[in-house]
Design a protein around this ligand. Structure first.
Ligand code: PLP
Length: 432
């Protein structure tokens, strides 16, 4: 028995499924990490893998990045959590507001889930309306309203012109589901027809500009533009979930579009390796959280929010992720997608690659999906993908379960070449 297998047995005795988060699971058992350095992770068996998972997109500089370690080390000496404020929080808020003109004000929370939840609650408090709209199949964390309509069984999806608000977690209150309006991705006429039917009840429309569970295809310009116009004309807010996509440009993927949202939900990489979330947006909207002059319409608390260790790590990580670093990483992402495209051709396997900037996803189908329904994998195709990701893993690559990869600044061209070789070998293993 390997050390990882032994550890999994111990884990199963004390945690449901042997873990606190399902993302670590893989068959026959998860691996346990001994350490990470740069873009490499070493497991307890001593095996090195290139890390394209980066803690599910949350590490932009890889592991144990020296400037972050040094800054965090200094903060640790001063204490780790206080009931009162710290200057590092203000400094980091100033930095973040300086990255994007749409970030007039910001608040920090502890996870992407919390950031999305706070964004939705802020929108309700601002508009005094109950409903939210989201894209079918898009993942936005665990909040009841945000998590509907993904991983559902196809027979529950409803008609394409009227996707249903199907729950993910059993026992989700029907009242919550009734307040979620689901729209199809990149389908302007259908999306607008659905939104029109809820015109006076919608607090906001929530979208991810590169939703990974919807196939990791970018939101179309006309789709984003139409949602911006519709929300403006109908008194609703537009919320971008940039928990993953913020890495795309200095101020997030929204800078690829000429559109500013009212609120942006942030998380993952802005924590420099520590738990974080953020809500940034128009000052007028963010005022709903302001308790200085009256009871806040949306009181936002959080014991560990703006924790000084996270603020220090996040600020250092973001300072180092400047325009030059973003451009280099996006170019490396272009290189990764083009090399994957080449090995797919050479291996002659029906597959393709999607993504943009420093994110890619490999699909085991000749054509890229255009929406969640096309990206959905029935059990036998899901099993093939899982076997493929298993081969990548054996070949020395760590990726997330959908064969999605997130680059880090710790990677070089050589790591991308090594990745492409491993993809080629894995494709061969699944060749029909
Ligand atoms: N939004 C998006 C787009 C995500 O991918 C995730 C997590 O994967 C979340 C929100 C939730 O973030 P967290 O896991 O930090 O709660």
């Amino acid at each position: 028995m390997t050390r990882s297998a032994i550890l999994f047995e111990r884990a199963k005795a004390v945690m449901p499924g042997g873990c606190s988060r399902n993302t670590i699971l893989r068959k026959p058992h998860p691996i346990y990490v001994e350490r990470g350095q740069g873009c490499y992770v070493y497991d307890v068996e001593g095996v090195r893998r290139i890390d394209f998972a980066n803690n599910v997109a949350s590490l932009i500089h890889g592991h144990a990045h020296a400037p972050i370690i040094a800054a965090v080390g200094k903060q640790l000496q001063k204490g780790t959590a206080f009931t009162v404020g710290t200057e590092v929080e203000i400094e980091y808020a100033e930095h973040m507001c300086g990255r994007n003109a749409a970030f007039e004000k910001i608040r920090f929370v502890n996870s992407g889930t919390e950031a999305v939840m706070a964004s939705l609650k802020a929108a309700r408090a601002f508009t005094h309306r109950p409903k939210i709209a989201k894209v079918e199949g898009a993942y936005h964390g665990l909040y009841d309203y945000a998590e509907t309509s993904q991983t559902a069984r196809p027979e529950n999806w409803g008609q394409p012109e009227r996707p249903l608000s199907v729950p993910v977690s059993q026992g989700t209150p029907q009242r919550a589901l009734d307040d979620v309006v689901v729209i199809p991705f990149n389908d302007v006429p259908r999306a607008l027809a659905i939104l029109d039917a809820h015109r006076d009840e919608l607090a906001c429309v929530l979208i991810d500009l590169l939703p990974h569970r919807v196939g990791l295809i970018p939101a179309a310009r006309d789709f984003v533009g139409a949602l911006r116009r519709w929300t403006e004309q109908n008194g609703a807010l537009l919320i971008f979930d940039e928990v993953v996509t913020f890495r795309s440009a200095v101020g997030g993927a929204q800078q690829w579009y000429d559109v500013q949202p009212d609120i942006t939900a942030l998380g993952k990489m802005i924590g420099g390796g520590f738990p974080i979330g953020g809500i940034a947006g128009r000052a007028e909207v963010m005022e709903v959280m302001n308790p200085l002059h009256r009871p806040a319409p949306f009181p936002l608390y959080g014991t560990f929010s703006a924790n000084p260790v996270t603020m220090t790590a996040g600020h250092m990580a973001m300072k180092l992720y400047d325009r030059e670093a973003v451009e280099r990483l996006n170019a490396l992402g272009d290189r990764a997608r083009s090399m994957i495209g080449e090995v797919i051709k050479t291996a002659d396997v029906p597959a393709c690659v999607t993504g943009r900037g420093s994110i890619f996803r490999i699909h085991l189908s000749p054509d890229a999906p255009e929406n969640y329904r096309q990206a959905y994998l029935p059990p036998e195709r899901a099993a093939l993908l899982s076997a493929f990701v298993g081969h990548l893993f054996e070949g020395g690559l760590l990726m997330v379960e959908t064969a999605t990869g997130f680059l880090s600044t710790a990677m070089s061209e050589r790591d991308i070449e090594e990745m492409a070789d491993a993809v080629f070998a894995a494709l061969h293993k699944i060749k029909p």
